[in-house]
Design a binder for this molecule. Structure first.
Ligand code: SF4
Length: 352
């Protein structure tokens, strides 16, 4: 028996009965995959049932208010995934007449769908021959073939992707992909894999060479911190409210605008209704412009910066903010500023 036949045979006898198994409905597969990117199967199941019950099809989801979707998602974290789900559903209504695509290339055009999810949906639904590569598949392949190239290196990704594709059962791609993922989750587990009963054991390189505990290999990446900064560009009587930075952070002592920072990206409109904004500004002020999000890369930090403009009828500001001051644009031009602020000022010159 070849590799694919062996794991498919194993799958028929050992697979877990899960509500999205045996479904060829791309909406159902997509919901389960997005939820399972956030959590384990047991924790994800109640979320899956709630979503399917509340939004039985992509049409109901597309018409849902964002707050309702976020509430159903509550507890899974990384809320941009939930927002992306809503945007994807809306895009499917607009561009695909409400029919969820099943083709790999079309799926990749949708928000929040990458190569893994596109391969899963297209193969599970219509057997398009794309091999899935998730953590389970990397582990099975690296052990079975004894591949010690880091799975998170670009060479490693290419080798594993080619290997996965070469093993794929092209006629039954969906079954093969589900089988190898389930095999990795239940049999070739990260800790204490079930090698004694494993149907692949006679050919497994890692088992033969006592490398099971050493594979797969991952390189340690330098961790890059993500920061989300929302600047408030406040004008009053041709003057700008500016801020001098404190000296313990990036851009020490330079000048920028008042800002708030969040650990996750958030909707600027939500930001304006919550603290700390409300403790710093009068909530009645009128927003005149929302900028795009600018990405700014520092050595160990990725900054995602947005600017929210508003006009303040009063020139008074919160006593909490001692390092703020009013100045004209010309005066501000003379002060030291981070590059992103300097460049943004040039972009918005006409808005001031
Ligand atoms: S023998 Fe062990 S390490 Fe090798 S594929 Fe089977 S479970 Fe994984």
């Amino acid at each position: 028996m070849d590799f694919s036949d062996t794991i498919i045979n194993w799958y028929h006898h050992h697979k877990r009965e899960l509500p999205w198994r045996n479904s060829r409905n791309p909406y159902i597969i997509w919901l389960s995959e997005i939820i399972l990117q956030q959590t384990r199967v047991n924790q994800g199941l109640p979320y899956f049932y709630r979503f399917v019950e509340t939004y039985p099809s992509v049409r109901e989801l597309a018409n849902a208010p964002e707050n309702d979707v976020l509430r159903l998602w509550q507890g899974l974290g990384y809320y941009s995934r939930a927002r992306n789900m809503l945007k994807t559903a809306q895009m499917i209504m607009e561009k695909h007449q409400g029919i969820f695509p099943t083709e790999y290339d079309q799926l990749l055009q949708l928000k929040g769908i990458g190569s893994y999810t596109a391969a899963a949906i297209s193969s599970f639904c219509v057997d398009e021959p794309h091999a899935v590569l998730d953590g389970n598949v990397f582990r099975v392949l690296s052990r079975f073939f004894g591949i010690d190239i880091p799975i998170n290196s670009s060479t490693g990704k290419k080798i594993f992707s080619d290997t996965a594709y070469s093993l794929l059962n092209k006629e039954h791609a969906g079954l093969h992909n589900q089988a190898i993922m389930e095999f990795g989750a239940l049999e070739c587990k990260p800790q204490n894999p079930n090698c004694e009963q494993c149907p692949l054991s006679s050919q497994c390189v890692a088992l033969k060479n006592e490398l099971v505990k050493k594979l797969p290999v991952k390189t340690k990446k330098i961790s890059v911190k993500k920061r989300y900064i929302y600047y408030f560009v406040v004008t009053n009587n041709n003057r700008l409210l500016i801020n001098q930075r404190t000296d313990k952070d990036i851009w020490a002592n330079m000048y920028d605008f008042p800002s708030v920072e969040t650990e996750q990206p958030c909707n600027p409109e939500e930001l304006l209704t919550n603290n700390p904004f409300n403790s710093l500004f009068n909530p009645a002020i009128e927003v005149t412009h929302y900028s795009n999000v600018y990405r700014h890369q520092l050595t160990h930090q990725s900054l995602f910066i947005s600017f929210i403009h508003f006009h303040s009828p009063s020139n008074e500001f919160s006593p909490l903010a001692k390092q703020w001051q009013w100045c004209t644009e010309e005066e501000f031009n003379l002060l030291p500023k981070p590059k992103i602020i300097f460049e943004y000022l040039r972009v918005i010159h006409n808005l001031l």
